[in-house]
Design a protein around this ligand. Structure first.
Ligand SMILES: [Zn+2]
Length: 355
């Protein structure tokens, strides 16, 4: 995978702390776009083909990753945390996490857990953990010591796992595929799409604060006011577990998210995307989810927006690490390029007529 993905996933960026990611986006969009715009919460977009008399098309990843925030320091120097984004507390036992200071220095720590020798008798080892039960141990001897080391209430806490390649060289692990992957696709599209191939005004970029309730999508959607919105986001696959109700497999191609509780895919968009995928032999799989993406929020802007999520299959997202495959990455990228090139005035009218 391009080195830009390695750089993107290793940046820190819990919800509302996306600045390093935003600056990375700005730097890498700038050479390829006519103008860069930003809303007041921090979502950032580059405009390509500015002023073109055609539909406004918006392509977005989201810059934030699941993480936590310092909410207090105990007398004994352990750090109290609250999660930012939906996580399962059990998964975060004994994990390396870093507090990120205001000047982006890392204070490494490990989440404190009670070893079985101590918990056996009380039976507490079978209790379900919630994230806020956990404490972060940075090796401080007292609250004063923790402050001396640079800890302050309100700082972000980030999972430590950085970019790693599997032995077969075709899968990639990281703390932040959700959704630096989508940020990377936006940057690649900006670089590779040619103006003369476009019959639309294209906005490529990424939103903030997706993981805490699609907040950036609302403000960015209002800023751009698009006709068509494409979210590129990772979605969880349960393909390592048995069961009939499985949705999404690694290596199965992009996820056509036909249903989630917050967005039933626009029937015209579904027809359009399936037709284009079949015409160009892009591998895809039908996908239903119990979560939502930024598409759910943008679809409700103004008098409605034609939205779709081009999903990237990923295992173990919202845990301390996740995994994606090179094959799916290529299919997602191919599909996004095809969809953008196919969108023009007539096509948007045709999609609208199919609802
Ligand atoms: Zn996401």
């Amino acid at each position: 995978m391009d080195k830009l993905y390695r750089e993107l996933v290793d940046l820190p960026g819990a919800p509302s702390f996306e600045k390093p990611v935003k600056e990375y986006m700005r730097k890498n969009l700038a050479p390829y776009v006519d103008e860069i715009i930003e809303d007041k919460l921090g979502s950032i977009y580059g405009i390509i083909n500015k002023g073109y008399d055609g539909p406004k098309v918006m392509l977005a990843g989201h810059m934030d990753e699941v993480g936590a925030i310092v909410i207090g320091i105990k007398k004994n120097g352990l750090i109290k945390m609250s999660n930012l984004g939906g996580v399962n507390g059990d998964v975060f036992l004994s994990q390396h996490m870093d507090i990120i200071t205001d000047d982006l220095e890392k204070i490494p720590g490990v989440t404190a857990s009670v070893p079985p020798h101590l918990s056996r008798e009380s039976g507490s080892s079978t209790k379900k953990l919630v994230f806020t039960d956990l404490l972060l141990d940075i090796g401080a001897d007292s609250d004063e010591h923790a402050k001396e080391l640079g800890v302050k209430v309100g700082q972000q806490i980030i999972i430590h796992n950085n970019f790693t390649v599997s032995k077969d060289g075709k899968k990639y692990f990281s703390k932040a595929w959700d959704d630096r992957f989508g940020c990377g696709i936006s940057l690649e599209v900006a670089k590779e799409i040619k103006k003369e191939e476009l019959e639309c005004e294209l906005y490529v970029g990424a939103n903030v604060q997706e993981e805490v309730g699609l907040r950036g999508a609302e403000t960015a959607g209002n800023m751009v006011s698009p006709d068509v919105f494409l979210a590129v986001d990772t979605s969880p696959c349960a393909d390592v577990f048995d069961g009939d109700d499985i949705s999404g497999k690694i290596g199965g191609g992009f996820l056509l998210r036909f249903y989630d509780p917050r967005a039933i895919m626009h029937q015209g968009m579904k027809k359009f995307i399936i037709e284009e995928a079949e015409k160009h032999n892009v591998k895809f799989q039908y996908y239903k989810s119990m979560g939502g993406t930024d598409a759910a929020r943008v679809q409700l802007a103004n008098d409605g927006v034609l939205v779709a999520t081009i999903g990237m299959p990923a295992r173990y997202i919202h845990s301390t690490t996740s995994m994606i495959s090179e094959d799916d990455y290529l299919e997602v990228k191919k599909m996004v390029m095809i969809v953008i090139k196919a969108l023009n005035k007539a096509k948007v009218e045709e999609i609208r007529a199919n609802v």
